[in-house]
Write a protein that binds this ligand. Structure first.
Ligand code: FAD
Length: 402
């Protein structure tokens, strides 16, 4: 009698569950066992997107999509040609979960409930015949000839192939290391900036639709909406900046100078000239409402400018100072605050040791990786789940063919 093939997936998060479903669906004769150390599957899916689960992002061009990954963009080009957001949308829709797109491109289930996504994934796993074992903490993995011995508390499983999808857990990193993979040091990504000395803290809640934020002397720049908070600054522009500069800011102990170009002007001189032109054309009018009023008043007051003064009465020197402030306003970052809606770890298994056509390790054949355990992370907006779906799908596909 032919021996049954056993594939083991470790980790019951988005990547592990998606891979297990794909593997068992493609190869129903194989035994697919998913081991999860806790009592809860898909815990991060449940809390993600404020309980709504931002499943993916409406960006359907694989190359453009990769531009949203500070780490992993080059490696994901190939995988996204196999499984991208369009495929994610179809996958969920075929299983009765249509997704909708919000104005910023984020995609959510139409129910606005992460529970819908969880129910769909667990039902698909059950229908496919994935054997899910909860409260099964894997303690060690040993490679013996062409098999893997997986040690649980009271049991050992001998597997033909293993997928490690344990997210940002240090245990997963140490297992990968034992098997010969380098680990990029994990550091947080997607956080907001603490600016305790900011004179704008009491303006918390005001948002500006488009600013350019730059880390002075460090070389990172991002554009987008900015939110004033009671501890500093947040909003898409800041979160993107935190992701791209995650490692640098970690090295700087989260101390740096943030420059805000409040109206995303391409050039300080152009901004100054436009204020002068306005003064010439409308001498009796005050400074135009280029920013939310309370914020504009505060910025003007800091320069001893009364924003209600007719432009004709403001000396050109004052307008030059205002242009300088609007173009490059400096704030001292003195720490970070985790963004509760979505945070992620930058760092993990070194990408050079993975074959991105298959998600198989180049160092340990038969051993696979998917999801956040890899040194891949996206900016906020559904890109991190897309990485989990894509790499999980590819790993599951290859395991099934073994
Ligand atoms: C609050 C929050 C909100 C988020 N919101 C979004 C969002 O809206 N959109 C988005 O794209 N991304 C979001 N993210 C990021 C996204 O959740 C992760 O990138 C994604 O869940 C990673 O999936 P994963 O399967 O790789 O890892 P995980 O989801 O972390 O799953 C790993 C699993 O492995 C298990 N495990 C660990 N060690 C062992 C062991 N020894 N034995 C057995 N099992 C083990 C863990 O218990 C866990 O269940 C959010 C993250 C957070 C924290």
């Amino acid at each position: 009698m032919k021996k049954q093939i056993i594939h083991v997936v470790i980790g019951g998060g988005a990547a592990g569950i998606f891979a297990a479903i794909r593997c068992k669906t493609l190869n129903p004769l194989a035994q697919v066992i998913l081991l999860e150390k806790t009592n809860q599957l898909l815990a991060k899916v449940r809390i993600s997107g404020g309980g709504r689960c931002n499943v993916t992002h409406a960006c359907f061009d694989p190359v453009k999509l990769t531009q949203n990954y500070p780490r992993g963009s080059k490696e994901l080009i190939g995988p996204f040609h196999h499984f991208q957001p369009k495929d994610t949308v179809s996958w969920f829709e075929e299983r009765g979960v249509p997704l909708k797109t919000e104005s910023d491109g984020r995609m959510f289930p139409t129910t606005d409930l992460s529970e819908t996504v969880i129910h769909c994934l667990l039902q698909a796993a059950s229908l496919a015949g994935v054997e899910i074992r909860k409260q099964q903490r894997v303690e060690s993995i040993e490679k013996k000839e062409d098999r893997f011995l997986i040690q649980l508390e009271n049991q050992q499983i001998s597997a033909d192939s293993v997928l490690l999808a344990t997210g940002s857990s240090s245990w997963g990193h140490s297992i990968a290391k034992q098997l010969g993979h380098a680990i990029a040091e994990p550091v947080p990504s997607l956080f907001t900036f603490n600016i305790p000395t900011s004179p704008l803290l009491d303006l918390s809640g005001i948002s500006v639709p488009k600013v350019i934020v730059t880390l002075k002397d460090v070389g990172f720049k991002q554009e987008g909406p900015l939110l004033l908070t009671h501890w500093g600054f947040s909003g898409p522009a800041i979160l993107k900046l935190s992701a791209w500069a995650a490692r640098k800011l970690y090295d700087l102990d989260y101390k740096a100078t943030l420059l805000i170009n409040w109206i995303a002007s391409p050039n300080q001189e152009i901004l100054y000239q436009s204020l002068l032109q306005r003064k010439q054309e409308n001498p009796l009018q005050a400074i135009p409402p280029i920013l939310p009023n309370n914020l504009l008043v505060r910025l003007c007051t800091s320069l001893h400018i009364d924003p209600t003064t007719p432009l004709a009465k403001l000396p050109n020197k004052a307008l030059a100072q205002l242009a300088a402030k609007l173009y490059s306003d400096a704030y001292a970052i003195e720490g970070k605050t985790t963004y509760k809606q979505e945070f992620v770890t930058a760092g993990g298994v070194d990408l050079k040791s993975i074959d991105f056509r298959t998600m198989e390790s180049k160092i340990t054949p038969g051993f696979f990786f998917a999801g956040e355990i890899l040194n891949i992370d996206g900016i906020t907006g559904g890109f991190n789940f897309q990485n989990a779906w894509t790499t999980g799908w590819l790993a599951g596909t290859t395991m099934a063919k073994r």
